[in-house]
Design a protein around this ligand. Structure first.
Ligand code: SF4
Length: 694
């Protein structure tokens, strides 16, 4: 930990890691951060922090930082350091020539949830106004895109319903496919406090997370469902609620679409959804599921928190809608202590979605085919906009392999490591004639790049992040950008090299433009953020100070919509060749692919990525603790060391994905959610066997 005496000044900013969005005071000596102190005035964390935000900031000045733009004609050549002007002109010339040769739709961009709202807004503007297509997608594609789809369809807004602090009013909390004490630690602490005060906990997870049993906390139920059977589970819970008359008819009659509810009631009442008829699918004993359903449905305030164990499935969107169905069915949306609460992985997942980096939506989830909306943007940007949705990330990969997609601008995202089926991703990247990577490190994706534009860390830029509770908080520059430009300035310069002016002097002006074009942001500006500290959107004429709890009097879509959520088994099933199901997660001290946390003092807490395997499965294969094991799926194979533990149930193995060498995504497949193409990271059928040390 860097401790260098007394600070000379401090700057309040927002954590660069998870979707809790904690506020910190960066204590400075000159241009050096000497400490990150949790900021008591931060609404999301109220003076608390975890080991990532508190200690893992050293990556910003790590020796691996690249601070000079670089170019090369082909990926088998060495990098050539050049000036900003030369690199940007090289990139612009490549993009223009590719579009002339292959057409307007042959280029696109990927935005990152690690970047600010303003940066993300500019990248999608570059794609739409300058590239002239809608080929822009966000890394949220691979994590919470089903949340956006499912909550918009059922409740009317692609966002969580509550503030984090609302959990203090919950009597029963259901945590589905999330591990808050490791993934969202400051919220995990708030949740534990409420549980110690007596709230009841239902954990739905194939693996025993710490919350199931920890000092002074014992979950009322740990429902160990089989990976890939979420929808069968949520339908069984709803079946119990409706057939045992535990639902809230008055709430449903007042708040929900009657015709949709009646159809859904007929669907869910069918005996095929009963716990007894689904227990062979889910692996959850029928009586325990009934008890858990009764506990949630009879709570005064029942809250659901969920994570990637819900979304990263072939039925991710269906499951999100199933969760929303259950919350509406029991009247648990629209007040403190209840709600549907996605725990977003990265700091700005919510923001990157809000800012229009989906190929079918302009900022504020406004569809590109809406003529009125498009005209507003066309007037503001002085261009004609495409009314056809563009390519999603997996479509870009497929189109590259087919020779139709030729250039990609990738800002702050390491797709070669983070996206599933690595061999497929690498083949797609090799097919590009121009890959522009903008990042702080020479990441795995940069191995396939022709232009490298050095990025700025969160300490080197101004802007805003939006956390999982829709809270917009300021990111403030505490030191000059090491490479001389903030990321938004790079996008502006690239647009200029392509002949399009984006005349901003400061990110506050970008936020003003966002506010002028996005109905849920019309009341947001930097002056107000200075005064209030943070703002939860929607913030507009009807909610000038923001909206902590959504859907209070009515759902955003009007009447809540009960979606029919038919369970369809994933194609990724265990069989004789691949008899175990692999699922993945993360540890407290690491963050995602570890590009940042591996380059900080937090390495003291780190462990290698291990394969957790149940003692019975280990014994069957002659595997002992610490042995090297080969993991093979139909997509690829990798090698890890074994950790034998009853945390995982027989038939299930588990690993983390924080180190490139572990190759977890070499084995994950390109199965994906039917509605959003979010990859099915959480279910991979594998064979596991003991191997010699690699
Ligand atoms: Fe807060 Fe998350 Fe940062 Fe930890 S990693 S300090 S919980 S925002």
């Amino acid at each position: 930990v860097i401790e260098h005496g007394q600070p000379e000044h401090s700057v309040v900013t927002t954590c660069a890691y998870c979707g809790v969005g904690c506020s910190f005071k960066a204590e400075m000596k000159g241009n050096q951060v000497i400490r990150m102190m949790p900021y008591k005035g931060g609404e999301a964390n109220q003076g608390h922090s975890c080991v990532k935000g508190r200690f893992a900031f050293g990556y910003a000045t790590h020796k691996d930082r690249i601070t000079t733009p670089m170019i090369r004609e082909s990926i088998d050549q060495s990098w050539q350091p050049v000036s900003w002007e030369e690199a940007l002109q090289f990139a612009a010339d490549k993009l223009s020539s590719i579009q002339q040769t292959y057409g307007r739709g042959s280029v696109g961009a990927i935005t990152s949830s690690r970047c600010t709202n303003e940066e993300t807004f500019l990248v999608q503007k570059l794609v739409r106004a300058v590239f002239g297509n809608n080929n822009v997608d966000t890394c949220a594609r691979v994590c919470h895109s089903p949340t956006g789809y499912g909550l918009k369809m059922t409740l009317g807004e692609s966002a969580g319903t509550q503030t984090f602090s609302s959990v203090k009013y919950a009597d029963v909390v259901m945590v589905i496919g999330a591990n808050p004490t490791d993934g969202h630690p400051v919220f995990g602490s708030q949740l534990k406090k409420r549980l110690r005060e007596g709230a009841k906990l239902i954990v739905v997870d194939p693996r025993q997370i710490d919350l199931v049993k920890s000092p002074h906390i014992q979950a009322a139920h740990h429902l160990k469902l089989r990976p890939g059977t979420n929808v069968a589970f949520i339908n069984a819970i709803a079946h119990v609620v409706i057939t045992e008359n535990l639902h809230n008819p008055a709430y449903i009659a007042e708040r929900c679409d009657t015709e949709a509810f009646n159809q859904w009631q007929t669907f869910i009442s069918d005996e095929r959804h009963s716990p007894e008829n689904t227990q062979d699918i889910t692996g959850i004993p029928a009586e325990e599921l009934r008890q858990a359903a009764r506990l949630y449905a009879t709570a005064n305030n029942g809250a659901i928190y969920y994570g990637l164990g819900v979304t990263e499935h072939s039925q991710g969107s269906t499951m999100v809608m199933g969760i929303a169905n259950l919350a509406m069915l029991t009247g648990n949306v629209g007040r403190e202590g209840v709600g549907v609460n996605p725990l977003r992985g990265q700091n700005n997942v919510q923001g990157s979605c809000d800012m229009g980096s989906f190929p079918h939506e302009l900022p504020g989830y406004q569809h590109v085919s809406d003529n009125v909306v498009r005209q507003l943007f066309e007037q503001a940007w002085g261009v004609n906009l495409d009314n056809e949705p563009g390519l999603r990330i997996p479509n870009m990969f497929d189109a590259s392999i087919n020779g139709e997609f030729k250039a990609l601008y990738c800002q702050g995202e390491d797709i070669a490591q983070s996206d599933p089926n690595t061999h497929h991703v690498e083949a797609a990247l090799k097919g590009l004639e121009c890959l522009i990577v903008q990042d702080i490190f020479l990441n795995e994706t940069a191995k396939f790049a022709h232009v490298f534009l050095p990025g700025a860390s969160f300490l080197e830029k101004n802007g805003t992040f939006t956390n999982a509770e829709r809270r917009i908080s300021r990111v403030r520059k505490v030191m000059p950008p090491l490479a001389g430009k903030e990321d938004w300035e790079v996008t502006v310069a690239l647009a200029k090299a392509l002949g399009y002016e984006m005349p901003y002097n400061h990110p506050s002006e970008i936020m003003d433009e966002i506010a002028s074009l996005t109905p849920t942001f019309t009341g947001v500006n930097y002056d107000k953020l200075e005064k209030l500290g943070s703002i939860q959107w929607p913030c507009n004429e009807s909610a000038p100070f923001g909206t902590p709890i959504m859907h209070t009097d009515a759902f955003v879509r009007g009447k809540g919509w009960f979606a029919i959520t038919e369970y369809v088994a994933t194609e990724e099933r265990a069989n004789r060749k691949f008899p175990l199901l692999l699922t993945t997660g993360r540890i407290l001290s690491q963050y995602n692919v570890g590009a940042q946390t591996r380059r900080t003092d937090n390495v003291a807490w780190h462990q290698e990525d291990l394969l957790e395997i149940h003692p019975h499965d280990a014994e069957d294969r002659g595997i002992n603790e610490g042995d090297w094991v080969g993991i093979k799926s139909r997509a690829g194979e990798t090698v890890l060391r074994a950790k034998i533990t009853e945390r995982v149930q027989p038939g299930v193995v588990y690993t983390t994905f924080h180190h490139p060498a572990s190759g977890a995504n070499v084995v994950t497949t390109d199965n994906s959610d039917w509605a959003t193409n979010c990859p099915e990271y959480k279910v991979t059928a594998v064979q596991v066997s003991k191997v010699a040390k690699p």
